[in-house]
Design a protein around this ligand. Structure first.
Ligand SMILES: *[C@@H]1O[C@H](CO)[C@@H](O)[C@H](O)[C@H]1NC(C)=O
Ligand SMILES: *[C@@H]1O[C@H](CO)[C@@H](O)[C@H](O)[C@H]1NC(C)=O
Ligand SMILES: *[C@@H]1O[C@H](CO)[C@@H](O)[C@H](O)[C@H]1NC(C)=O
Ligand SMILES: *[C@@H]1O[C@H](CO)[C@@H](O)[C@H](O)[C@H]1NC(C)=O
Ligand SMILES: *[C@@H]1O[C@H](CO)[C@@H](O)[C@H](O)[C@H]1NC(C)=O
Ligand SMILES: *[C@@H]1O[C@H](CO)[C@@H](O)[C@H](O)[C@H]1NC(C)=O
Ligand SMILES: [Zn+2]
Length: 525
């Protein structure tokens, strides 16, 4: 017993010392290892047979830093931080300096910047201009469509509704991201809702993998439970037109003789027969999927992003031509909107687990694996907490009023983030004073702790800073400096020889031949 506690004490000392080493050798080793790694980096010029694009929604650089510190301390590196190539993306949209998720996803999937809140249509379409979005020349082709055209498989996995802003530009064309079901379309609109486009139109109906939430967008008069309630918020949509698009999905696949599976919970996903499944639809929730720390992991519950990615890759890799897969960690953004930095960090780490699954299941020789984000949030990491402190803890007392402040804060926030109080004080020249709530009287380590925000709004708004893009595999070196967000489409198309880029190698060869002919003619003259 005594020996054991002595051992435990020693282990404790060693672990504290090893996380907080400051000696010269420690820093030299860290840097030498990085240098060795950097010197080994080679360009991979293989065609990208497979492409997996991870989007951490709202996962700005400070979110990644906070996740890294929470998981392993300041010197830790997340899986995707070890990828050999990276760059930055400028996230502004065609009409906004600070974007939403629909225009940014459209930029990355279809190669042009477009207007805020529009889906899969170019910038000639203004928000909610249904007529303009019906003109075929305004409609953009996505990477999923190009992958199918190249006889590859394509699909997506998200923790959001499958009709939400990030996945929908893969398959839909809509003048508004909110037209997810018929109930949110204006009366008598000739436009088709996003859920119907997913199930009825191309490329949605040919996608091999569709997984996420959004049952109440797909099935009329869906019913909820305590754990998985129906939402009537103005941000969502409740289908009531009598359609059951999940049944329609099954009928379509049966009619075309396509092997398919529809799964609704963990047990059904775990029992999936991949051999008998070429088309997989997984709808695990009426709304968005639960946060990772709250989700029911039992048979009736919802899967993690990592579990969905594993199943998706198993189905997609059956195609010997390869595949395109988009994965969205959407609850990072949802948590930031509520001002819950710890939940946003936990969701970032849940996505990291999914990235690890994708990295383990694929070969860097033939699979371009990308991790990026669509936009930032206004999360700040404030000065000057000590190294080794909890990222969710107190930084120090303010030199202005002596009241503690937290290391993390937001610039904008909803009511819960507003932590200033006005006190009437007739002895003061202003007649009142403002005080700040003292975070050291609260448990800032709770998932539901709301960090302070400077400007009060209905919720935390997105930020307009650049986001990082990390890449490994064929042509990952195309991400190497500060890029336009819509460049992602062009770099992926080049790597995977999609669309116009499928001809570019032929063009290079003929240019090469022309040069030889020119050289020969020169010598003959
Ligand atoms: C895809 O497959 C079809 C049918 O087998 C074939 O006609 C077409 O040329 C193929 N396209 C590409 C890009 O390989
Ligand atoms: C759904 O509910 C609406 C409104 O209560 C009702 O009018 C409609 O008949 C219901 N549809 C179905 C398919 O049950
Ligand atoms: C699926 O197919 C593979 C290869 O044909 C086979 O080895 C495996 O046993 C099959 N699995 C099931 C569950 O049928
Ligand atoms: C500030 O927070 C620290 C850590 O929680 C606490 O020990 C300290 O008493 C607090 N100081 C003030 C002035 O509230
Ligand atoms: C936060 O969560 C804790 C533990 O689940 C709970 O006791 C507390 O009431 C919650 N606080 C708020 C503000 O929701
Ligand atoms: C592909 O090439 C055609 C013909 O040159 C051009 O009109 C079109 O804009 C190109 N598409 C993309 C996405 O670059
Ligand atoms: Zn958002």
């Amino acid at each position: 017993m005594r020996a054991r506690s002595v051992l435990a004490f020693c282990a404790f000392i060693v672990s504290v010392r090893s996380t907080l080493r400051t000696d010269r050798q420690f820093w030299l080793d860290l840097a030498h290892n990085e240098l060795e790694e950097a010197l080994k980096v080679k360009w991979n010029l293989n065609p990208a047979k497979n492409v997996i694009l991870f989007i951490g929604d709202g996962m700005g650089p400070n979110t990644v830093t906070a996740a890294r510190i929470y998981k392993g301390g300041e010197s830790h590196r997340l899986v995707f931080e070890k990828f050999p190539h990276m760059g930055f993306l400028k996230t502004y949209s065609a009409n906004k300096m600070v974007p939403d998720s629909a225009c940014t996803a459209t930029a990355m999937f279809s190669g042009v910047k477009v207007n805020q809140d529009t889906v899969g249509v170019d910038a000639t379409v203004q928000h909610r201009d249904c007529e303009a979005s019906l003109q075929t020349e305004t409609r953009l082709q996505s990477l999923a469509a190009l992958a199918l055209d190249a006889n590859k498989s394509a699909g997506f996995v998200t923790t959001m509704r499958v009709t939400h802003a990030t996945p929908s530009p893969l398959y839909a064309h809509s003048a508004s991201r909110s037209w997810e079901c018929e109930a949110s379309l204006p009366n008598h609109s000739p436009c088709k809702d996003i859920a119907r486009q997913l199930v009825e139109d191309w490329p949605g109906r040919d996608l091999q993998v569709i997984m996420g939430g959004g049952r109440q967008q797909l099935v009329s008069n869906a019913t909820g439970t305590d754990e998985d309630p129906i939402s009537t918020s103005p941000w969502t949509c409740y289908r009531q037109d009598g359609r059951n698009l999940i049944e329609q999905y099954k009928t379509d696949k049966e009619t075309r003789g396509l092997k398919h599976s529809v799964v609704m919970n963990n047990q059904e996903l775990r029992e999936l027969n991949v051999n008998e499944t070429d088309y997989l639809l997984g709808i695990f929730s009426n709304e968005h999927l639960s946060y990772e720390h709250e989700r029911n992991k039992g048979p009736e519950g919802m899967p993690s992003l990592a579990e969905m990615v594993r199943a998706a890759i198993k189905v997609l890799q059956k195609n010997e031509n390869g595949y395109f897969l988009m994965v969205e960690g959407g609850n990072i953004d949802m948590a930031h909107h509520r001002g819950w930095a710890k939940v946003a960090v936990s969701e970032t780490l849940a996505m990291e687990k999914a990235v690890q699954v994708a990295a383990d299941m694929t070969d860097e020789e033939d699979t371009l694996l990308i991790v990026t984000s669509d936009h930032t949030h206004t999360l700040n990491i404030n000065g000057y907490p000590n190294r080794g402190s909890s990222i969710f803890g107190i930084a120090q007392p303010s030199s202005y009023d002596g009241v503690n402040y937290t290391t993390l804060s937001y610039a904008t926030g909803g009511p819960g983030s507003f932590q200033f109080y006005v006190h009437k004080d007739p002895t003061l020249p202003t007649g009142s004073m403002v005080t700040r709530r003292d975070p050291s009287t609260e448990d800032t380590e709770q998932y539901n702790y709301t960090q302070i925000a400077g400007i009060q709004l209905v919720e935390n708004y997105h930020g307009g800073g650049d986001v990082a893009i990390y890449a490994r595999g064929p042509y990952s070196h195309l991400f190497h400096n500060v890029h336009e967000q819509h460049y992602v489409f062009h770099a992926i198309s080049h790597a995977a020889k999609f669309g116009n880029e499928s001809r570019s190698s032929a063009v290079q060869v003929s240019a090469f031949h022309l040069a030889i002919i020119a050289a020969i003619s020169f010598f003959m003259l």
